[in-house]
Design a protein around this ligand. Sequence first.
Ligand code: PLP
Length: 430
Amino acid sequence: MKTEQSQSLFAKAQQLIPGGVNSPVRACKSVGCDPLFVKRAAGSKIYDVDGNEFLDFVCSWGPMILGHSHPSVVEAIEKTLRDGTSFGAPCALEVELAELVIKALPSVEKVRFVSSGTEATMSAIRVARGYTGRKVVVKFDGCYHGHADSFLVKAGSGVITLGIPGSPGVPEDIVKNTLSIPYNNPEILEKTLRDKKLDIACVIVEPVAGNMGVVAPQPGFLQKLRSLTAELGIILIFDEVITGLRLAQGGAQEYFGVMPDLTCLGKIIGGGLPVGAYGGKRELMDTVSPVGPVYQAGTLSGNPLAMAAGIATMQQLAQPGFYAALEEKAARFARGLVMLAEKYLPGQTTLNRVGSMMTPFFTAGPVVDFDSAMRADTERYGRHFREMLAQGVWLAPSQFEAAFISSAQSEADLDMALEKTECSFKKLAK
Ligand SMILES: *Cc1c(COP(=O)(O)O)cnc(C)c1O
């Protein structure tokens, strides 16, 4: 595979941008290679600057559920573009997307648009704290909620470990108000939430974890989370930045039938442009300025191009049978992966899948939380990643991320990916 152009761009980028990238995982460090620079993407494929073609399972980390450059999304952006790119004043497209989001997400009565998932989660905990007058945020080990200070808490062990900074630059004073507890552990959850000394404002959760690799909530976990938080007057926030519009139009809340108080969205609702959103019960959302005192603002929030891309994307997702077709495709592909793993790497892999998001872990499993995910053999994943890339398949450059199925991937695409996987697993088995 030719990589000269990428190599020379990367050399230059490293002089100009920290690590040569604008988001760290892209640097491909954990899989032992240098990043490829992308020139363009269309449908299920992504093309680098050296002219190599890849079948894409990253899908821009989730947003591209329709594949790249979907004609109706491109058309919507082009049409909107001609009338200007940002107004700093309300526009009709914001109302239209808000209406679609509220209709799709069963627990959302009012929504505020921002420009990233990070802004959405950051704002949602501000609302929860403002509304309850309490301080502490409970999160789960291995869940990612963007890079705001409050969420960068190293996973602590034990029932209740007060947060220590997971990054220099994040003051102890801030993260001491964040508690991180194990995912899928109802006993620790209950004990933590019932501790009156803790002054808990909210619990934030990825209803299907996607940022320690895909980890499904065990049966009853989300229901328990809902009933405890409701009983104790704690705000429940679903971070559906990945799962929203991914598992169903109504996200994980529709998929599992569990309703949070606040929902964070991102990725898919921007159709590939920078958008985030947070929304929920009217009573909570009306604490946000200018109605209420909880301040939150954004120069480019509700950007017309991003709104247009989101609307066009949501219109496609609303077509009858969209999610059933995606599920069928993902299930068939996953069956293929499991068969290959059993044949070549028996007892050495676990496939976690919910709908069109999945992670093959290189560990016997089961993978149900951060600790069990960490047992995966990342060196082996790195070898698999590099082999697949060389064979024209673009996987996430980390074991602890999801592979996404898009509507643009054809059966032939997925069969090709299975063939390449077979070659890679054969080599790994040696
Ligand atoms: C990607 C992600 C975020 C952060 O979104 P950005 O747009 O990258 O700021 C937050 N929560 C979850 C679950 C995510 O996957």
